[in-house]
Design a protein around this ligand. Structure first.
Ligand code: NI
Length: 373
């Protein structure tokens, strides 16, 4: 079987048997088996799911990371190797990422004696719920690693296209829940209550002024209210309304201003309307910040490998790879997967033609990174 076909077969097998974040037991067993059969050395970390392998000898260590989890989505792509696990789907292409890094592992294994150090391969679980990177770091997977690289496929880019950027790339992803407590009343006698629906409505509008009036227009920010719940019939004013939403930023100072303004606006409206407004803020994934030098290096290696390269735009989503980059430098990159339907869509269908080239790219990237002082 050709190298290319092997990688496609592995990707399809992973695709047919997707598992949710933290439940990647069979996926872990498959990847372990494939790596061991290829003669790779697995590191004995104590992990519930996920695999770490290593190739080469020496002091210097470069890490390559793939993610292995899937999403709670019912697949409608219609491909012949569709999910056998109804309601779960590799709709983010982590099966593709895994196959790419498996391919890089085989290529690096074949030139193990020429490597100027070690390449550590991280098959990370639980990317989608942002807990996997932390678990691998806790197990020791970053020990002695001088730089780490990883990829996400990019459905909006053609196959053969590569993009990355130095500095901030993926966003801080935060969530807020706001509870407005007024006083319920008969809908025909509003003066006897304190209508939280009217207050919540003002709040939604007022929150829009954070992006438009408090943040520098040259900074990236999103403030979205995504859920409003209150009341259950037509002739009663409810007692409570709950709002939920998300904030996306690429800079900790901007993030702090948004959090502060949400609290101030809530407190001001509570006082103006004599209601009680409570704000809960949940910090999610942190901004992914690529090292400038390694991002430029990754781009250069991609150019030499024949990719069409471009500087990425800021990404408003979150990516768990950010957690590694808090501890050690490295770069996260995008590789075109030309899917008509986007990430997390039930009909997402990345072009497998990217896999072999990306595997060759990551093997070369790691090999050359080992040569950098
Ligand atoms: Ni993903």
């Amino acid at each position: 079987m050709t190298f290319k076909q092997q990688l496609i077969d592995w990707r399809r097998e992973l695709h047919q048997h997707p598992e949710l974040s933290g439940e990647e037991v069979a996926t872990t067993a498959r990847i372990r088996h494939w790596l061991e059969s290829a003669g790779l050395r697995l590191l004995p970390y104590s992990l519930a799911t996920g695999v770490v392998a290593e190739i080469g000898q020496g002091e210097k260590v470069i890490a390559l990371r793939a993610d292995i989890d899937a999403l709670p989505i019912h697949e409608t792509s219609g491909v012949e190797f569709s999910s056998h696990n109804d309601g779960v789907m590799h709709a983010c292409g982590h099966d593709v990422h895994s196959s790419v890094i498996l391919g890089a592992a085989l290529l690096l294994k074949a030139r193990e004696s020429q490597l100027a150090g070690r390449v550590r391969l991280l098959f990370q679980p639980a990317e989608e719920n942002f807990t996997g990177a932390k678990a691998l770091i806790k197990a020791g997977a970053l020990e002695n690693v001088s730089a780490i690289f990883g990829m996400h496929n990019e459905p909006g880019l053609p196959v053969g296209t590569f993009a990355t950027r130095g500095g901030a790339f993926y966003a801080n992803v935060d969530r807020f829940v706001i509870r407005v407590t007024g006083k319920g009343a008969h809908a025909a006698r509003p003066q006897e209550g304190n209508d939280p629906i009217v207050i919540a409505s003002q709040l939604v509008i007022a929150l829009q002024t954070i992006a438009s009036r408090n943040i520098n227009t040259l900074d990236s920010v999103v403030v979205s209210v995504t859920r409003i719940q209150g009341g259950n019939t037509w002739n009663v004013l409810p007692e409570n309304v709950e709002l939920e939403g998300t904030v996306r930023t690429h800079n900790a100072d901007v993030q702090r201003v948004v959090e502060k303004r949400i609290s101030e606006i809530a407190a001001g409206l509570a006082s103006a309307f004599g209601a009680h407004i409570e704000v809960d803020w949940f910090n999610g994934p942190i901004t992914l910040i690529n090292d400038e030098k390694w991002a430029a290096f990754a781009m250069q290696v991609a150019k030499e490998a024949g990719y069409q390269t471009q500087t990425s735009e800021l990404h408003m989503g979150g990516e768990d790879f950010a957690v590694y980059l808090q501890s050690i430098p490295g770069a996260f990159v995008s590789i075109g997967s030309a899917s008509e339907y986007g990430l997390h869509h039930s009909a997402f269908n990345p072009d497998e033609a990217l896999i072999e080239d990306a595997a060759r790219y990551f093997a070369t990237l790691a090999e050359q990174a080992l040569l950098i002082k």
